[in-house]
Write a protein that binds this ligand. Sequence first.
Ligand code: PLP
Length: 377
Amino acid sequence: MTTARILDFIKTRRPEGPCLVVDLEVVRDNYHAFEHALPNSSIYYAVKANPAPEILSLLASLGSNFDCASVAEIQMALDAGATADRISYGNTIKKERDISRAFELGVGLFAVDSHEEVEKIARAAPGSRVFCRVLTDGEGAEWPLSRKFGCVPQMAVDVLVYAHQLGLESHGVSFHVGSQMLNLDAWDAALSDAKRVFSSLAKQGIHLKMVNMGGGFPTKYLRDIPSAEAYGQAIDAALRTHFGNQIPQTIIEPGRGMVGNAGVIKAEVVLVSRKSDNDNHRWVYLDIGKFGGLAETMDEAIRYPIRTERDQDEMQPCVLAGPTCDSADVLYEKNMYPLPVSLTIGDEVLIEGTGAYTTTYSAVAFNGFEPLKAYVI
Ligand SMILES: *Cc1c(COP(=O)(O)O)cnc(C)c1O
């Protein structure tokens, strides 16, 4: 969403080079929409989506909690004003010394998906609360997560029993349905698995308290998406189906859905050319590509809306590519992108919906291109 504030900033400040401009008012609206859609869930913002200090401070002031994947992210959340009891160390793959450091900083809530990780936490953060992540199939997600995180529900039972035996507090179950999840039913299957873990543990006298329902809430790119309200209703219905009138505490961890539509990347056309005299298609090269922050165009998974000042002119599909000397730095080729035929070198383009997973995915200096600059307004 290119807000008037963002357009105004780009017009008046004329920032040099490609940059991301984030409108904090949109982040604030998104936070309130989540609060309203899921009033009984605590919000843990997934810091990795965009850790700009201004975003973290705003969310901390609104009452958000934070899902962090490293000690550095924990430190950022603390610096933004969150207290340690509002932080979850949600990565299931942690060095033991990082667990110790987080524990020293006051963090007491950790994700696990294996016996081995439970042992580390029992040693480095004794007595802490842990939740076990279960696998999901990612069906319906435009940016599905692999089998890298989580274990099957039956193993989650064993992992949580083991945590209990080692003196940890077996607190709950987590899952992530896959990012940019457009299927509202995805939470239903995952909550069914979560409930089975709850029941198995209850039989062994261990009473879990919490379900961490992860992220996956989408940002609008080219296609329409269901509202936050619709997600809230689907999740609420699934919770009732599986947990009846014993609904546990719940957490959501929006990343993309919190900041994606709050940011716009301003970029520039560097070259428009063809590969032969009778080539039917133009190649349009921008001053930003896969290595400058648009990594989610990998496999053409995420298709960003692109605006130019010539959008009223005739449109024709073209191959869109980045500026680096890596041949993988092509954004859209299999599914070419329609852009105005009049588009020319030096034109400004606005790439919308880029508030999440752009600055953090930008290389430091590949080919000498500077990392993506960000302005938070
Ligand atoms: C990345 C991540 C999120 C955020 O996912 P989105 O799809 O961007 O909402 C939430 N929880 C965990 C554990 C994550 O790793």
